[in-house]
Design a protein around this ligand. Sequence first.
Ligand code: BT5
Length: 256
Amino acid sequence: MHPDQTLPDTRSIAAGWTLHEYPLVDSTNDTARDLPAWQAVRADVQRTGRGRHDRSWVSDKGGLWLSAVVPVGTSEQGWQALPLAAGCAVCEALASLGLPDLRLRWPNDVMVRDRKVAGLLVDQFHPDRAVVGIGVNVTNHPEASDATLRSSATTLSEWLTTTPALQEVATRILERLRRVAGIMHQDGFAAVVPAVNDWWRPGVSMEIETENGCRRGVFNGIDAKGRLRLLHPDGAIFEWAAHQVFRARELNLSNS
Ligand code: BT5
């Protein structure tokens, strides 16, 4: 723990979660590293919020910076599919608050139209559980820290007449995450694939960067293992796991 981190405010919330709240941490994913399953960390501000592939995540006051510890089975597939299932849980939670025009952008950016409202970063520090990091822009101003986010990011307050409290957003997300994780645990990831596939924009053209170079095609949802299905111009479908894709870009749309 960082020396200036104060003791958290800890309480039980809905769906059997215990939530630890801090004013300031480096990254909630790191603070949650050694917690048991079904515990979560929320911070008002993160000093060094992390995105995927060592990218940074702007985490100013007013946003929801949340990390939830979820048990994963021993199968590699269980944990690889978790970010997709968690993205679906975040979409469901934000839709329940009345956010319009929500969708997922592969692998797990949560978008309102073409602007990113939430991002997910899943870390696995222990073999039996994963830390699902969720960042949601609520009343914060990410563009004040990074001007490039002016056109690519959005916040809940831009779309809702009454902006919900951070605790309310956290509770709704954790409730749905617990439900989705329960379905995955009982019936496997394939059982949540149809729900995940409902959140993509259909027929979007994409370019992906892989270690073997760039590939272009039409996004065709995910398969039962959680891999991206890319339809090539010759009609062949290729599958790509998230860890094989360094960057994904939707063509003819704004991107982050
Ligand atoms: C993500 O990475 O979208 C994962 C973000 C996860 C953040 C949460 S907050 C709680 C937990 N603790 C952490 O330290 N992290 C997690 P990626 O797909 O790599 O997207 C990163 C890119 O999103 C950046 O390069 C920017 O372009 C953009 N970005 C940065 N901050 C943003 C923000 N607040 N809103 C929208 N876009 C942002």
